[in-house]
Ligand binder design. Structure first.
Ligand code: DX5
Ligand code: ZN
Length: 224
């Protein structure tokens, strides 16, 4: 089933609880939390204390996207704070296999993320280990950017590899998704659709999410 996964990056952090409640009421099942360190990406965001506060106000699955150097140093704190899923960038993990298994050993779901320019072939050997793969469809660091068009072919290629290998991991995508490109992204093979500014900068986030869920369900029916 395709999931719409709101990213709080573009939410109003002074009213975060209310913002989360709105999208939860619309029926989403996961919430995407972007962690940035000002090194791997130019921006800085939240750490484990904020994840812990969010954990107290929602039952949604917390999908923590680590855009930080040396993520293995912080994985345990994010899981202790309430992360259900943790994804790490291939570009930050010289011991990717170990890092994914470490996340799993702590009881969380382990994802690996690729920047737009990073080849799928970097995951050849580790695909059977990852619980999900997140393809960045913008360069990470900021909300509100435009989707990079070549990423569409990359989603298709990953979906092809997945079926050739007989694997079933979900493909998550992140960045630049809106109501206009959602359908082709789902048709290309995306299962979990992260969306930040389209939702939280809209007049009615709950209605926007509901509409995106409707479009995604419709697109799944005619997936190629
Ligand atoms: C970007 C983050 C995204 C961001 C997406 O580096 O990883 O999760 O919130 O925002 P939009 O949907 O506005 O591109
Ligand atoms: Zn993200």
């Amino acid at each position: 089933m395709v999931e719409i996964v709101p990213s709080i990056l573009s939410a109003d952090f002074a009213r975060l609880g209310e913002e989360i409640a709105r999208v939860e009421a619309a029926g989403v099942r996961m919430l995407h939390l972007d962690v940035m360190d000002g090194h791997f990406v130019p921006n800085m965001t939240i750490g484990p204390p904020v994840v812990e506060s969010i954990r107290r106000v929602t039952r949604l699955r917390l999908d923590v996207h680590l855009m930080i150097e040396k993520p293995e140093r912080h994985i345990e704190s994010f899981i202790a704070a309430g992360a259900d899923q943790v994804s790490v960038h291939q570009e930050t993990c010289p011991h990717l296999d170990r890092t994914l298994r470490f996340i799993q050993s702590l009881g969380a779901t382990a994802g690996v993320v690729l920047n737009p320019a990073t080849s799928l072939s970097t995951l050849d050997y580790v695909l059977p280990v990852a619980d999900f793969v997140l393809l960045m469809t913008v360069n990470p660091g900021f909300g509100g950017q435009e989707l990079i068009p070549y990423c569409l072919g990359k989603i298709r290629d990953l979906a092809d590899r997945r079926s050739r290998l007989g694997l079933t991991f979900p493909i998550e995508i992140d960045g630049g998704v809106n109501g206009d490109n959602l359908v082709e992204l789902v048709r290309a093979g995306a299962d979990w659709i992260v969306t930040g500014s389209s939702v939280f900068r809209s007049a009615d986030p709950a209605a926007t999410v509901a509409e995106m869920m409707r479009l995604a369900a419709q697109a799944t029916a005619v997936r190629v």
